[in-house]
Design a binder for this molecule. Structure first.
Ligand code: C2E
Ligand code: CA
Ligand code: CA
Ligand code: CA
Length: 279
């Protein structure tokens, strides 16, 4: 009986009630945002060893009337739990493909790849492959410029099913990158079975590269591993020249981070880099 009372007490804790209320508001607001089409896609440049832009990652933004710019770290997990990630993810993919079509009309930009984050909930859907192919057909985007970012945690179950989905898309030219590499439950054995194109070194390793010898060792090992498996490797969260230099000495040739540009509206990302290329 005592335990039961405690449980009830907890439930009526005003802090929890606040959390419940704000969650319900979040859900209502998310539904409204989907209906109003009020999300925005930001783009963060990805550069090669010479600092030339080779692509971008699409990152969703939610300009909210009262909360300001809501971070995806805040609403994506909630959207996953209540199933709203499906319409949101669809909008992201469609917008990204439309952007690729715009870039394809420019002789410099046509080579850019666009990386899109895919949620586990989205990828697990049986019609995921069909959906991507339909978007590619409808927009006319070149599949070879679309790079889907998966995370390790979504590769834990039903490896055969995952490989078959990836293989179907791969046959059309779609690229795959393994995001946040090293932070999940990596199994080195699946790396050689998955039709991946790229490993993305997580920013948590890049951050303390110069002060934490373990992070430096992990980073160097990921770069060597990627190369020996014939995969590309990109480092994310590169903020300083010193990090960039270390990564370069270890053989990394692709970079993303504030050092090269913050995520922003598409014009902002391109202006800075087109200027770089023109002289
Ligand atoms: P992520 O995929 O690991 O994306 C990288 C995050 O690091 C982004 O945060 C980016 O703005 C940030 N970042 C980039 N460069 C630097 C840097 O130099 N230093 C630091 N400290 N941070 C940097 P963002 O945009 O807030 O996104 C957070 C997460 O939300 C993403 O992590 C991704 O997991 C998720 N997300 C974003 N857009 C989408 C989307 O369209 N769909 C899905 N399913 N998830 C998304
Ligand atoms: Ca990502
Ligand atoms: Ca990441
Ligand atoms: Ca991350």
């Amino acid at each position: 009986a005592k335990r039961h009372e405690q449980h009830n007490l907890c439930f009526f804790d005003p802090g929890i009630q606040d959390a419940v209320n704000s969650r319900m508001n979040l859900e209502t607001d998310l539904r409204q945002a989907i209906q109003d089409n009020s999300f925005k896609l930001y783009y963060q440049p990805q550069v090669d060893h010479q600092g030339c832009i080779i692509g971008a990652e699409a990152l969703i933004r939610w300009p909210h009337p009262t909360r300001g710019m809501v971070s995806p770290a805040e609403f994506i997990p909630a959207a996953e739990q209540i199933g709203l990630i499906l319409p949101i993810g669809h909008w992201v993919l469609e917008s990204a493909c439309q952007q690729l079509v715009l870039w394809s009309k420019d002789s410099v930009l046509e080579k850019m790849t666009l990386a899109v984050n895919v949620s586990a909930v989205q990828f697990r859907k049986t019609d995921f492959v069909k959906q991507i192919l339909a978007i590619l057909d409808r927009t006319g985007a070149n599949p070879k410029r679309l790079k889907l970012e998966l995370t390790e945690s979504m590769l834990l179950h039903d490896l055969e099913g995952i490989i078959s989905k990836m293989a179907t898309l791969k046959a059309r030219g779609v690229l795959f990158s393994l995001d946040d590499f090293g932070t999940g439950y990596s199994s080195l054995s699946y790396l050689k079975r998955l039709p991946l194109d790229q490993l993305k070194i997580d920013q948590s390793f890049v951050r303390d590269l110069l002060t934490d010898p373990n992070d430096a060792a992990i980073t160097s090992t990921i770069i060597a591993l990627a190369h020996s498996l014939g995969l590309e490797v990109i480092a994310e969260g590169v903020e300083t020249e010193a990090q960039h230099h270390f990564l370069t000495t270890q053989g990394c040739r692709a970079f993303q981070g504030y050092l090269f540009g913050k995520p922003g509206p598409v014009e902002q990302v391109l202006s800075r880099h087109i200027i770089t290329q023109s002289h």
